[in-house]
Design a protein around this ligand. Structure first.
Ligand code: BGC
Length: 462
């Protein structure tokens, strides 16, 4: 029987698994503001941003989205948008101002109230312990370069697990160890701003030891699920040349396998020795027993791909090739949804069938000002989200076990060293008045959630 062209091109029926969780994500330093309120200690980001020249326009997190004071309204907003889940991070130095020891009850209460409010509104909290804001007091003791940090982190984790595990069922140890090290210890664009090929592997290794120690602590006191969040960026060779192919392998090992391999397979990729040369230490075998803990899920943050060629850049000897026909976001990242499908399939093929969450995905674009009728027209963002959610659907159809999707970000917020110059939110924030205005993408996403993905088949609204 021949099919009519209309049948051939029928819109796909988008079926997401039952229980697939739709939400949005933020991080403490990027939205909270009031970093020293109620007994909190400073973090490395408070210090870094207050050091002249470190952030664009000298922007700091002193106010940010003022979420520390507006959290109740923000939860109401989440409910209005129809979010089922909210991924946020805890500021370590709010809870433990010195990083270890004395607990600041007021800091802990902030997160406890937030969790209660989320639950009262039917929103599931996903809590990240570390999204880059190390207590400054611990940086004074060497920060991620001090091997003791594994114990400090586990101690902090235990405080949080004991306080919230009855109510929080999904925990994340670290957000993006690659960015923490590459930005904070190798290239210096992020706090604490170091630039050292010798420090980078040590910081990475201690991050992974801390991750393992926190998971161990969780198994002793927690009853639910814990995982690790990594940012993955697939690498495609710019040409068939041997040099470019070797560069792809290095870049892939450095960014995508450096943290998942030890966490899930118990060893580092061999390429790291080649990349770091004499700066790559010999690690004690017992460290890998600590690092490789059984995990309940992996969280993947996906933004873009990289077309890679061999070059002289330090120390990877691999660089990016801009695509002349590509679409790029305001952060200069190519929009490449197929890369998300490829990445999810690669994770399954290399690491086996672990439940996966997309813990961040989104884009910064120039948004027009809020229109008189209160709309923010952001079709590029809607289009980006739609294509990426569709790419996830493709991965699910091919057998990947994907449990949820969190947009980055709920709110326009502080984009680290780039200050307030980049807007990733599905909700616009007026930084003068702190007024929140859901963008068109937020309304569109709310509808995707309400239809459990079926509305992805609808044409995009004008
Ligand atoms: C981070 C976020 C950041 C986003 C956009 C991720 O690497 O987890 O904190 O704002 O990317 O750059």
């Amino acid at each position: 029987m021949s099919q009519s062209p209309a049948q051939d091109y029928a819109a796909p029926d988008y079926m997401f698994p039952e229980g697939f969780l739709w939400g949005a994500a933020t991080a403490a330093h990027q939205i909270e503001g009031s970093p020293l309120a109620d007994g909190a200690g400073p973090s490395i980001w408070t210090r870094f941003a207050h050091t002249p020249g470190m952030t664009l326009n000298g922007d700091t997190g002193d106010v940010a989205c003022d979420h520390y004071r507006r959290w109740k309204d923000d939860v109401r907003l989440m409910r209005e948008l129809g979010l089922q889940a909210y991924r946020f991070s805890v500021s370590w130095s709010r809870v433990l101002p010195d990083g270890t020891g004395r607990v600041n009850q007021q800091g802990l209460d902030f997160y406890s109230r937030l969790v209660d409010e989320l639950l009262a509104n039917g929103i599931e909290p996903l809590v990240t312990l570390y999204h880059w804001d190390l207590p400054a007091a611990l940086d004074d003791r060497g920060g991620w370069l001090n091997p003791d940090i594994a114990h400090w982190f586990a101690e902090y984790g235990e405080v949080m697990f004991r306080a919230l595990d009855g109510r929080v069922k999904k925990w994340v140890t670290l957000n993006e160890p690659w960015v923490i090290t590459d930005g904070g210890y190798l290239h210096g664009a992020l706090a604490p701003g170091h630039r050292s090929r010798f420090e980078a592997p040590i910081a990475s290794h201690n991050l992974m030891r801390a991750h393992g120690a926190a998971v161990k602590a969780y198994r002793a006191v927690g009853k639910h699920e814990i995982g690790l969040v990594v940012n993955l960026e697939p690498k495609y060779a710019a040409s068939e040349s041997t040099e470019d192919k070797a560069a792809v392998e290095r870049a892939h090992a450095y960014m995508n396998r450096q943290y998942l391999d030890p966490a899930l397979l118990g060893s580092y990729p061999d390429e790291l020795r080649e990349i770091f040369g004499d700066a790559w230490p010999e690690w004690p075998a017992e460290d890998f027993a600590l690092i490789k803990q059984p995990l309940d899920f992996i969280g993947i943050n996906y933004y873009t791909r990289n077309v890679t060629r061999a070059d002289g850049s330090y120390p990877l000897r691999a660089g990016a090739v801009k695509q002349p026909l590509g679409t790029y976001t305001e952060t200069g990242w190519e929009v490449f949804p197929q890369g998300l499908t490829d990445t999810l399939q690669w994770v399954k093929q290399r690491y086996g069938d672990l439940p996966l969450y997309i813990t961040e995905n989104g884009a910064a674009f120039f948004d027009p000002p809020v229109a008189e009728e209160g709309r923010v027209r952001d079709p590029l963002r809607t289009n980006y989200l739609r294509k990426h959610i569709t790419a996830i659907h493709d991965a699910i159809k091919s057998g990947c076990d994907i449990r949820g999707y969190m947009v980055w970000s709920l709110l326009d917020n502080l984009e680290w060293s780039l200050g307030y110059s980049k807007r990733f939110g599905i909700v616009h924030v007026n930084y003068d008045s702190q007024e929140r205005t859901p963008k068109d993408s937020a309304r569109w996403y709310g509808n995707v959630i309400a239809t459990h993905g079926r509305s992805l088949a609808d044409p995009l609204p004008g």
